[in-house]
Design a protein around this ligand. Structure first.
Ligand code: SF4
Length: 241
């Protein structure tokens, strides 16, 4: 499958990025102060709301104040502590396996050393951890260590597919490589790209009911031009009731 964007698609990606920069305004990079909080919080955040993630994290840290305590907690107790996050029975073993591996490899539950690694080495190190995928690794490396990577979550994936910056069957993993190749390797640029497409997907280009009438990308949008009929891998077909 294609891993380098055509010049037309790269130009479209950059034009959409400029439009959303104008629309939402340029942001300075920000992230959680503690990279370990970001790492574990991102695991907790999968398929749940921000409020539920925050409650799960806070309850877990109150019951197990050290990371060694989280690692060694009886699994049922950790599942109970993070129960407000969806799928606690899956997330709890992920967190414990990750902590076990991290502490065994480095001697501490501390990932600040990633700041001094190259982007490629830091990405490989993180994605070799049990339960850490491309999305979690890119969020952590961009937000906390200002590495030039691009988190492609469900909103970034859907909006870039709808406008036609990436193909309709391109996976989120492949989208990461294609979009990166279209943009400067600059953490500030990539942070704004991620934030703006995320916000646009949340607020305007929503899964069920995109508000195309108020969209600043409408004139360049393939999905709009096709009357909203394109089948996309990022957007399952809505079931009829
Ligand atoms: Fe999404 Fe509609 Fe905007 Fe296209 S025109 S990006 S489908 S909101």
């Amino acid at each position: 499958m294609q891993s380098v964007p055509t010049p037309d698609l790269a130009a479209k990606t950059r034009l959409a990025h400029e439009r959303l920069n104008d629309h939402y305004g340029i942001q300075a990079i920000y992230g959680r102060a503690d990279p370990m909080h970001e790492l574990v919080g991102t695991i907790l955040s999968h398929r749940t709301t921000h409020a539920n993630e925050v409650t799960a994290y806070r309850t877990m840290r109150e019951r197990f104040p050290t990371w060694e305590g989280v690692r060694d907690a009886p699994l049922a107790d950790l599942i109970d502590a993070i129960q407000t996050a969806n799928y606690p029975e899956i997330k709890a073993p992920y967190i414990q396996n990750m902590l076990t591996h991290l502490i065994r490899e480095t001697g501490a539950a501390n990932i600040d050393f990633l700041r001094d690694l190259s982007t490629e080495d830091a990405m490989k190190w993180l994605t070799d951890l049990p339960g850490i995928g491309l999305k979690t690794a890119t969020l952590l490396l961009l937000f906390n260590f200002q590495k030039p990577v691009l988190p492609v979550d469900t909103h970034v994936h859907r909006v870039t597919q709808r406008i036609g910056a990436i193909g309709s069957r391109v996976s989120a993993e492949k989208a990461h490589a294609l979009l990166l190749a279209s943009l400067p390797a600059d953490a500030g640029v990539l942070f704004n790209f991620h934030k703006h497409f995320y916000w646009h997907g949340q607020r305007v280009c929503t899964w069920y009911s995109p508000r195309c009438g108020e969209c600043v990308l409408r004139d360049m949008c393939d999905f709009y031009a096709a009357g909203g009929t394109t089948i996309l891998s990022s957007t399952p077909v809505r079931k009829k009731k």
